[in-house]
Design a protein around this ligand. Structure first.
Ligand code: NAD
Length: 363
């Protein structure tokens, strides 16, 4: 029999990657379907573009209860979480049921949290449909919601029972959100170095035709990092490269109501600041900083940060989850492919990194 998918076995749950995973998903869910119930969480766009394919291709799926979140980062909050719990109760879910998170990072972050806390823990699987979801968010068991306008303030580690990644779902993702996903791919490549980085460097610009291959690289890299440190106590922290400043930017634009501002754009900008900081604190060579920054600028039109917002950004870092009693631990690069973590960054270095970033911004 011809195998048309990869199974990545690094973690203690399977991660499947391929364009025709319907049979695999069906095989996985049938025992729940006949015994304790399957529930699908999605968002309103994914409901429209992806749910019909799932329901049509897996016999017996047409009567499964479905709940659709509003499609945006704003859904990742406590009221939506409560609504999902209530929907599960009202539809007879139990601890033995399974939740299918069909959607982007918002659906898998919130759905994973909802499942892991419902009846003290029901199982869930992720079927990511956005590029961020496929290259990153669906893997690794980090779940959570935003609070008080700040990213991921409540959540827990809870592994999915399986992840099914089908790049064919990306066909209907708006270009803005495909672009957003490139940021996490660039981040993974910069951390991994080697052949993965060379592929991106040689690509130079977005090429959606390369996505299947690059998603596979990003997924393998993330699975390896997560397997070595599942609870983010140590080496997994490298994955936060670009995210310390990035999350602060995301919180700023969330507070300002800029709905089109994406997680990926924030991470792209965060990586530029943190690459510059790396040059100052870890000796990352200038030519590598230029290479990374140049690559990001080829992918993103970057939004300049107004100086009047610098204080909001540096204050926001006080609430960063990566903070300890000794301050926020940054994940930086010594070189492309040589990350390190737990670095403290002084206020003036941080502010100067915003100036460097603004010198690269184009809008
Ligand atoms: N848990 C983790 O490890 C992790 C890692 C990275 C990012 N994240 C989180 O993920 C979120 C960002 O993820 P995202 O970019 O997927 O956000 P998202 O879930 O909001 O999806 C982006 C947009 O794409 C739409 N969409 C998704 N799939 C589609 C499809 N196939 N066709 C048409 N439209 C589609 C969604 O409706 C939404 O409008 C952030 O909240 C971030 O914090 C979590």
């Amino acid at each position: 029999m011809q195998v048309n998918y990869h199974e990545i076995e690094t973690l203690n749950y399977p991660v499947f990657l391929g364009d025709e995973l319907w049979t695999k998903i069906g095989e996985f869910l049938y025992p729940y379907l006949s015994y304790s119930g399957v529930y699908i969480l999605t968002d309103e766009n994914v409901h429209r573009f992806c749910l019909p394919a799932l329901v049509d291709n897996i016999p017996g799926f047409s009567d499964i209860p479905v709940y659709s979140l509003p499609a945006s980062e704003k859904a990742k909050e406590v009221t939506a979480l409560e609504d999902v719990w209530k929907w599960l109760i009202n539809n007879g879910a139990s601890r033995d049921s399974i939740l299918v998170n069909l959607g982007g990072g918002v659906v898998s972050d919130l759905g994973g949290f909802a499942a892991a806390t419902f009846n003290r823990g029901m199982s869930y699987i992720n079927i990511p449909t956005s590029l961020i979801g496929q290259a990153d968010a669906a893997i690794g068991g980090k779940t959570g919601i935003n609070l008080l306008g700040m990213k991921n303030q409540a959540g827990l580690f809870a592994d999915p029972a399986a992840v099914f990644i089908m790049p064919s779902f990306l066909k209907t993702v708006p270009e803005l959100h495909i672009k957003s996903g490139w940021a996490e791919i660039i981040k993974s490549a910069a951390l991994a170095g080697g052949g993965f980085w060379d592929k991106l460097k040689n690509l130079g610009r977005p090429d959606n035709g390369m996505l299947f291959d690059l998603i596979a690289e990003a997924v393998r890299f993330k699975c390896g990092v997560v397997a070595a440190d599942p609870y983010d106590l140590d080496t997994r922290k490298i994955l936060n490269f670009g995210h310390t400043v990035g999350h602060s930017l995301e919180s700023l634009y969330l507070a300002l109501g800029h709905d089109e501002y994406t997680h990926g754009e924030a991470v792209a900008s965060g990586m530029i600041c943190e690459a510059w900081i790396s040059g100052k604190l870890t000796g990352m060579p200038e030519n590598e900083i230029d290479q990374l920054t140049g690559l990001i600028c080829n992918f993103f039109e970057l939004k300049a940060v107004e100086e009047r917002h610098y204080a909001f950004l540096s204050d926001g870092l006080k609430f960063d989850k990566k903070k300890t009693a000794h301050g926020t631990g940054y994940s930086l690069l010594e070189n492309i492919g040589k990350p390190l973590f737990g670095k403290t960054v002084g206020q003036s270095t941080l502010l100067k990194s915003f100036n460097y970033y603004n010198s690269k911004a184009t809008k």
